[in-house]
Design a protein around this ligand. Structure first.
Ligand code: PAF
Length: 282
């Protein structure tokens, strides 16, 4: 696997692969890779002939009081995992390469509708930062397909909408969340948890499962259900940020008639904010 740091090198390497008739898959990441990322890269290898990954901790998607400075940077370990997963090319630009004219005046892309509410309400500007960097990365790599984890359910909806609305010829593929044995969704931020918090964290997914079960059994008062879910998170030691039942394709608040549902939640353990979701059909 080759690691390149500039757009020029990236484009030359992708052009060579294209010249050989290869189909290009792209897995954008912020590094600190875990088994969830590895699954995305492996899936990319099954779907295409040439797999490009990126590692870039994008400042544009972090709020002023978020964890940009302390976000784990583990390049060498990440490179080993990418090689083992079958990645052919890693793009690892620095901030100046991605935003050569600075961040303040950078053209930004906003995706209304699906960006609003949920994480969009708790993290103002976050999805604009995500949509902007993903758009830039797509223009740099020009892949045939790109793969994202379903753990970031709202992010995936934002990216699908971005690609649809801007007519990008890129197939977007969502991959199921990879979980620890106790159900906790793998996330780079799990590394922030103390031993005690790590033991409490599986309550997030457990709560989602209990709520989904209640819906399957006929519960349709989603507002009440969300309150029940938040109370159960609180009693397990988590501080809920949001917990909502949404229609899974549009992400609008669910109605009793909807059949494709997703329950999405974010909750704090100390200062660590975890997100998770559970999508299901009735
Ligand atoms: O999900 C992530 O790791 C990031 O939000 C992404 C898509 C790589 C954009 O920076």
């Amino acid at each position: 696997m080759n690691t390149v740091k500039t757009v020029l090198e990236l484009r030359a390497a992708v052009a060579r692969a294209r010249g050989e008739g290869k189909r290009i898959a792209f897995v954008p990441t912020m590094g600190n890779l875990h088994e969830g990322h590895v699954a995305l890269v492996e899936k990319a290898g099954q779907r295409a002939d040439f797999v490009v990954a990126s590692i870039f901790v994008n400042p544009l998607q972090f709020g002023p009081n978020e964890d940009l400075a302390k976000y784990p940077r583990t390049l060498v370990a990440d490179q080993d995992k990418l090689v083992a997963a079958g990645c052919h090319l890693l793009f690892h630009p620095d901030v100046e390469e991605m935003y050569p004219h600075g961040q303040a005046g950078q053209t930004r892309v906003s995706v209304p509708g699906v960006s609003e509410g949920l994480c969009g309400a708790s993290r103002p500007g976050h999805f604009e930062g995500v949509a902007t960097v993903v758009n830039k990365l797509f223009n740099m790599v020009q892949p045939d397909l790109a793969i994202f984890g379903e753990k970031d359910f709202q992010q995936l909806a934002v990216i699908r909408t971005l690609v649809r609305d801007l007519n990008m010829p890129i197939q977007i593929i969502g991959e199921p969340t990879v979980r620890a044995d106790d159900g906790l969704a793998l996330s780079s931020r799990n590394g922030y948890l103390s031993e005690e918090q790590r033991a409490q964290a599986p309550a997030l997914y457990r709560t989602l499962q209990q709520l989904a079960e209640a819906v399957r059994e006929g519960e349709r008062n989603f507002v009440q259900l969300a309150e029940t879910g938040k109370a159960s998170l609180l009693s397990a030691g988590l501080r809920p940020d949001y917990l909502e039942v949404r229609e899974a394709l549009s992400l609008r608040p669910a109605t009793a008639e909807d059949r494709e549902l997703v329950i999405l939640a974010a909750a704090y353990l100390g200062t660590t904010r975890l997100i998770d979701n559970l999508a299901f059909a009735l």
